[in-house]
Design a binder for this molecule. Structure first.
Ligand SMILES: [Zn+2]
Ligand SMILES: [Zn+2]
Length: 155
């Protein structure tokens, strides 16, 4: 689940801890900037654009944070499955299970309130990989974006 208001503080802590542990386990460095960028994405209630992250880091940063370093931090987070990039929106959301280390995601995106929910569809993911392999294609990552209205907006 994408974060909700009530359990947000708890979510935030556990998300940070889970990524810290995942990094330690896999020998990855969770640098200050990577942590910062991840935090901003977790704290946002909606998908975050790279531009907004840049602005935020620039305004509240203590040290210099050139755009390329912010983009590299984003790249790191996406590559290791800590956040996902929604291609059509060109925005980022935190993965609800960042320790899974998957590069794939299936998303339900509400066109009215812009809430985003990631759901597991392993059958679908496997199917995509198999079909791609049949064509000699090696999948690095994939994102499935499903647009419509969420339960709250429909009622
Ligand atoms: Zn995910
Ligand atoms: Zn909605």
């Amino acid at each position: 689940m994408y974060c909700t208001h009530t359990d947000h503080a708890h979510d935030h802590r556990s998300m940070m801890t889970r990524v810290e542990l995942a990094c330690a386990e896999r020998g990855l460095r969770f640098t200050d900037l990577r942590r910062r960028v991840f935090e901003l994405i977790v704290d946002s209630q909606k998908p975050v654009k790279a531009y907004d992250l840049l602005e935020h880091v620039r305004r509240h940063g203590t040290g210099p944070a050139a755009p390329p370093t912010v983009y590299r931090a984003l790249d790191f987070l996406v590559t290791h499955g800590f956040v996902h990039k929604l291609e059509a929106l060109n925005a980022f959301v935190p993965c609800p299970h960042p320790d899974a280390g998957h590069g794939a995601g299936q998303f339900l995106i509400c066109e009215r309130c812009h809430s985003v929910v990631e759901f597991d569809a392993d059958v679908l993911a496997d199917r995509i990989v198999l079909q791609a392999q049949a064509q000699g294609f090696a999948v690095r990552r994939h994102v499935v974006e499903v647009y419509g209205l969420c339960a709250a907006c429909r009622s």
